[in-house]
Design a protein around this ligand. Structure first.
Ligand SMILES: Nc1ncnc2c1ncn2[C@@H]1O[C@H](COP(=O)(O)OP(=O)(O)OP(=O)(O)O)[C@@H](O)[C@H]1O
Ligand SMILES: O=P(O)(O)OC[C@H]1O[C@](O)(CO)[C@@H](O)[C@@H]1O
Ligand SMILES: [Mg+2]
Length: 469
């Protein structure tokens, strides 16, 4: 790295210049591979080459050396990430390490719902059948516990049976939380002869997939596993975004619009909308930026206090005095530190061990109502509270997410057939890549409140920090 790289302003404005910069070494975070076949079977040509309609040109296949960079930009004057990290590029390989005729695939969905789950399932089934001729494809019912469930928890799937799944919200396989019994799951996978597992879920599902991958290795099993990251919250790191997120933001607009109409139609009206986002505020932030009707956006990454000088309620009062109304968007994980909680509530968890949150929406509504009555008893006031929580995730994916789900599913299949395992397909700076599952399982994606996005929120809402003086 040459720290003396000149700034653009150092050159004559009309003259482009070439400056040679030395970059730090490149580290390839490679996706793991299946162990070699004990029968010594060698690579199989990709059946796409003999597919009647594809006629792949020489540039169609990803070469063994193709990688994509994790960081697409950095500051030459302060140093680039050292080392630079690269991942394998996703896509079809010319030869396969897996014989499609002997492959038996299991698909499973875990955790909460997310728009696009059914599209990923559909495209996995269709892609395995049509691109690679893998005919033994099974849906495993109701999350990880389905692997050690009854026979009818394992349903054979083919292109005809999944034909219209992309038009439906939810997951046709059903989903659950908890029930992660590693030995029983791996025993179930072995007993049914599965050779490849596609686990679709959020951060918990990815951690479960890492454990299954490690157990495959420990037992010396030649079974591959890939995790397809799903979360409306967009809280998974490294990848550009998770599928379903954009659909959720789009549907959230309807709730914000309604809150706005209610607020402007009342005397001193406030419209309050709670959106999903357990530990990250991406949905609230993007919905705020898209809507432009929001006066205040509260997310888990930012502390706020409600009463007193510089508090939220005083700000809302002033906004109402100025505009006649105000719209507040709050993420479900925001304000958890300020809501009083009993010892029992502190211990409450869901079946997967995720902490159960107190409901910030009704709490804010009642605190605000009480405060207004006390501070401004003679002035009319209305809060209309809208909670579209499950509405924004229980819908079919929009066009952008449907396309994204298709590319994710195909990337997953190509990787598995090429012999990769223990990986997650995902776009990094727009380039589909194979990222080790263990990296994804720990990578978080909080809203960076110091970057441009939060500054955009401020420029739209004109909101201060609600910090205690
Ligand atoms: N650390 C872990 N090790 C093994 N399995 C886990 C781990 N964490 C969660 N799981 C399992 O993964 C599955 C899904 O986890 P969880 O309910 O937390 O949803 P998720 O995948 O994080 O999705 P969501 O985004 O909806 O929260 C559950 O069966 C859970 O038991
Ligand atoms: O009520 P459920 O289904 O357990 O899921 C709720 C959680 O799932 C998510 O949608 C995804 O993690 C969170 O936003 C939310 O806290
Ligand atoms: Mg989770």
């Amino acid at each position: 790295m040459d720290p003396t790289v000149p700034n653009p302003g150092d050159h004559a404005a009309s003259t482009p210049t070439n400056t040679t910069v030395t970059l730090p070494p490149l580290t390839l975070r490679d996706a793991p591979r299946l162990p070699a076949s004990p029968s010594g079977a060698t690579a199989v040509p990709n059946p796409i080459s003999s597919h009647p309609y594809f006629h792949p040109p020489p540039t169609f296949y990803i070469s063994p050396g193709d990688v994509s960079l994790r960081h697409a930009f950095f500051d030459l004057s302060s140093g680039s990430p050292n080392p630079l990290v690269a991942y394998r590029r996703a896509g079809p390989r010319e030869s396969l390490a897996v014989n499609p005729a002997r492959a038996r695939a299991a698909l499973v969905t875990c955790g909460g719902l997310c728009p696009g789950l059914n599209t990923v399932l559909r495209e996995l089934v269709v892609g395995l059948h049509e691109l690679y001729g893998v005919l033994d494809v099974f849906g495993v019912a109701a999350g990880y516990r389905g692997f050690y469930g009854a026979d009818d928890d394992h349903v054979r799937l083919d292109p005809a049976s999944v034909d219209d799944w992309h038009k439906k919200g939810g997951t046709a396989l059903k989903t659950t939380r908890g029930g992660f019994d590693l030995n029983k799951i791996v025993d179930g996978i072995v007993a049914r002869g599965y050779t490849q597992v596609y686990a679709i879920g959020g951060d918990g599902t990815m951690r479960g997939a890492v454990a299954i991958f490690e157990e495959f290795k420990r037992r010396g099993l030649r079974i591959s596993i890939t995790g397809i990251p799903k979360t409306v919250d967009n809280d998974i790191g490294i990848i550009d975004r998770s599928f379903g997120f954009q659909t959720a933001v789009e549907i959230a607009q309807q709730a914000i619009d309604a809150a706005h109409v209610e607020a402007v139609s009342a005397v001193n009206g406030i419209g309050l909308v709670k959106l999903m986002g357990r530990s990250t505020g991406h949905i609230a932030l993007h919905a705020t930026l898209s809507s432009r009707d929001v006066d205040c956006c509260l997310i888990p990454e930012i502390d706020f206090h409600v009463e007193g000088k510089g508090g939220l309620f005083e700000f809302l009062y002033e906004r109402i005095k100025k505009k006649g109304h105000a719209v507040v968007v709050v993420a479900e994980g925001a304000g958890q530190e300020v809501i009083p909680r009993t010892d029992d509530q502190k211990r409450e968890q869901d079946e997967s061990g995720n902490m159960l949150f107190l409901d910030v929406g009704p709490w804010l509504k009642s605190e605000l109502g009480r405060w207004w009555k006390r501070e401004h008893p003679t002035e009319l006031f209305t809060v209309k509270y809208i909670d579209p929580t499950y509405m924004i995730r229980a819908v079919p994916a929009n066009a952008t997410d449907n396309l994204y789900c298709t590319l994710l599913a195909h990337s997953a299949i190509h990787g598995i057939m090429a012999g990769f395992t223990g990986f997650v397909p995902g776009p990094i700076n727009g380039n589909y890549s194979y990222i080790p599952l263990e990296d994804i399982a720990v990578a978080k994606n909080p809203v960076d409140v110091n970057d441009h996005k939060w500054a955009w929120v401020r420029s739209v809402t004109d909101q201060p920090d609600f910090l205690k003086p």
